[in-house]
Structure formats: C-alpha cells, structure tokens
Design a protein around this ligand. Sequence first.
Ligand code: PLP
Length: 461
Amino acid sequence: MSDLPNLDHYWLPFTANRQFKSMPRLFQAAKGNYYTTIDDRRLLDGTAGLWCVAAGHGREEIAVSVANQLRTLDYAPAFQNSHPLAFEAAERLAQYMPPGLDRIFFTGSGSESADTALKIALAYHRVTGNPLRNKLVGRERGYHGVNFGGIAVGGIAGNRKAFGNGLAGVDHIRHTLDIGRNAFTRGLPQDGGIALANEFEQRITTLHDPATIAALIVEPMQGSAGVLLPPVGYLKRLREICDKHGILLIFDEVITGFGRLGTKFASDYFGVVPDIITCAKALTNGAVPMGAVAVKRDIYDAFMANSPAGGIELPHGYTYSAHPVACAAALATLDIFATEKLEDRAAGLSTHFEQVAHSLKGLPFVKDIRNLGLVAGIELESIPGKPGAAAFATYLKCYEMGVLVRYTGDILAISPPLTIEKDEIDRIFSTIGEALTTLAAEGEAGLDPTRHLKNEQQWVA
Ligand code: PLP
C-alpha cells in the first residue's frame, strides 16, 4: 500500500471534500478495464473513468504518441501560429463526424466546448445580419459543463444557484424523464416524443418570438443527470422545429460521442444531424484534456465571407486549443477506433448489456432501469430525508467488492470502457445486485457510509 498523501491542500471538484477526506479513495494505476487503488484493490471500471476512457486504460499507442510529441514539439502558440498536427487532427475528426460537420474548433474540455458552441451560435447570427437572434434555449436537467454559458443553458439548478444570476436571455424546455419513467423500458421510450418536442415550438412562439432564438442545445441522451433517454421521434421533431424557425441545433455529445451508443455519435444513432456538435472526453480516451466543436461548413463559411478581410473572424480561443500533445493523443485514439471498430463492438455488446442491466429489476431499492448502447441508469428509491444515500452506499459497497460505479443523486450510472468483456459486464451488474441486497438486509445501518470498505487502514480521522 502506498502512503496516503497530505490531503489538506487539494480542493476536489464536485465532491463532498470533508467526507472524501475522511475516507479517501485514491487510484494509483490503471490498465485495460481495471484500476488499482493505493491500497492495492483491483477495481473493474464500470464508468470508463468519467465516461471518457472508451478504449480502455493505459493504451500504449497513446502513451507512445504523447511521449514522442512532448519530445518533438511540446507547445506551439495557438493564436496567429499553429502546427501541422492541429490540421491533421481536425481533418481526422471531421472525417469521423456526421457528414457536413467538417469544420473543427478545438478546446480543452467539454465545458469549453459548450461555451464555444454557444458563442459560435450567437456570433453566427450577428455575422449573418440577425443580431436580434440572441436567446439560447437549453433543457431541464441538461448538463453542459460548468462554465457560465454551460450552467446557464444547463438545467441542473444545483449547479447554478450557488453562483447568482448567470446569463440573461436563456430559457429551458422540459426534460424527457417523465416519459416512460419507472416503466423499466428497454432502450428508447416509444411514445410521446413528438408531443414533447412540440412543447419547444409552443414555448418559443408563446413566450418568445422564434426569430429571437439563436440556438437550442441538448444532449441527445442526457447522461450526467441520470441517463434520460429521448423518446422515439423526439430529436427529429426538434430538428424540424429548428429548421422551420431558423434556429441552430446544437448536440452536446461529450458523453455520447465516440461509440458510447454503438455508433460514432448519437447523431448517427438517431439519424438526426445538428448544426453543431460538441465533444471531449473519449476524443483522447481521457488521457489528455481536449474538447472540440464541429460545425457545419456553411457556418464556418458565413464567418469567412462576412468578416472584414484580414480581421479575426471569431474573437475566441484558448491557449491550449489544439495543443500538440492533445492532438497527438486524439490522433492515436482515432487510430484505435479505426482499427478496433469500438463503435461496432459497443453495438454488439449492447443487447447483452441491456439484458444484464434489466436483470436487477425487482431487487431492493430499484425503481427504474434505463439503458442505451453501453449506458445504463439504475434509479433507486429515494429514502425520505436522505436523498442519494442509497446510491452512495451502493457505490461504496461495490467499491468494496471491486467494481467502480458512478452515482448521481439517487441514480447509479454505468458506462464501462467499450473494451469491456461480457463476463465483466455480468460482474458489474451482479455486484450491484449483491450490494443492493446486502444494503437492504443491513437496514438503516447499511446506509452509514463509515461502515463500508473492509480495509480501513487508510481512513483518516
Ligand atoms: N457536456 C456534457 C454532456 C457532459 O457530460 C460533460 C461532462 O460530463 C460536459 C459537457 C463537461 O465536460 P468537462 O467536464 O470536460 O468540462
């Protein structure tokens, strides 16, 4: 077991710091579909890190490519200069994108990609002579990262209300959770999609003038808020409404991009092509921070055609846009996707994954199970006065039994690397099942987080 570091100085993101520091869970290594913790536990990765390690951990190809790049060109100024790998990575990513979305802006993360996409949408309408199209529409429970644009269009109140007012001129449409909720639907809910999408049109025509709406941003499948699936026909109808009213449609594919649903992007899965796609995470297999925004060529061309000659067409960018090391990681990752056809692999495993996920129906606490591709959300009964307690306790139990799952509120989210094997899928869900059964047997005491994890040496007072 490695020594525990001094825990005082690091402020962990989206984490209950005091609780975490009383029972730290630290990883020291990862290979394939497994993590190793500093107390030498081997954890099967049921979450692909944070939805990002699609090709499995410790990929040698990426490590070599990154190391070589660091030795060759560690950094090139991103503004007014560039380097060949930036263009190569953009070309390769454009080829991987749905047809037509072939102009690429690089960022450093999913949050930066969301804000970049929103800024491009607003600036596009200005540059094409429609400055009054300045409102943005997102969706309840939507998650578009943590920057100001992202939390404004995002629909998770808890992520916004700590920070005051946020952006003006933003509205939200209803989330898709109520459709088919608690029905243990396998895959997409069949009904209600068109009516729900029509609420968007009703909202913008009654509460706004549609000619003032710049863009609608949605995750094709909402991940972070607990795996919310779009009913059949819903996204297509949103596309039609956007077309009818001249509104840009942005798909945030930070989670759904790169094979998660069994296709390259969710756009391919649903057969709906947005005007802008954001991505990040699996773009570099999580190895190096990077995000990207892909726009339709017309959008890029409009900026080029309508900006003063010699002037900057889009006053936006990051020091680390198209960072050479990130580009090297992205190219190596795209190579892996091309050779290993990870999207097809995910598609091939998805029926087995669905069956095993739904085998948890009827176990204690389980209120609903939702799934698509290699994603499953297991919604647990909320314990009165203790929201999220059952999911947190389940996560800890699974950790103790050697499986890493993710919890968000009362929902467990499972999204393994696309390199997962069938028996590993079985193990993830049987472990969750065992954890739930044990918790139920333990009653109130089982929900006390300090009771979990057998090796308590590393816990600090
Ligand atoms: N958009 C979506 C849909 C996400 O799921 C996430 C992260 O989970 C983000 C944006 C933010 O990405 P990042 O944490 O890289 O900023």
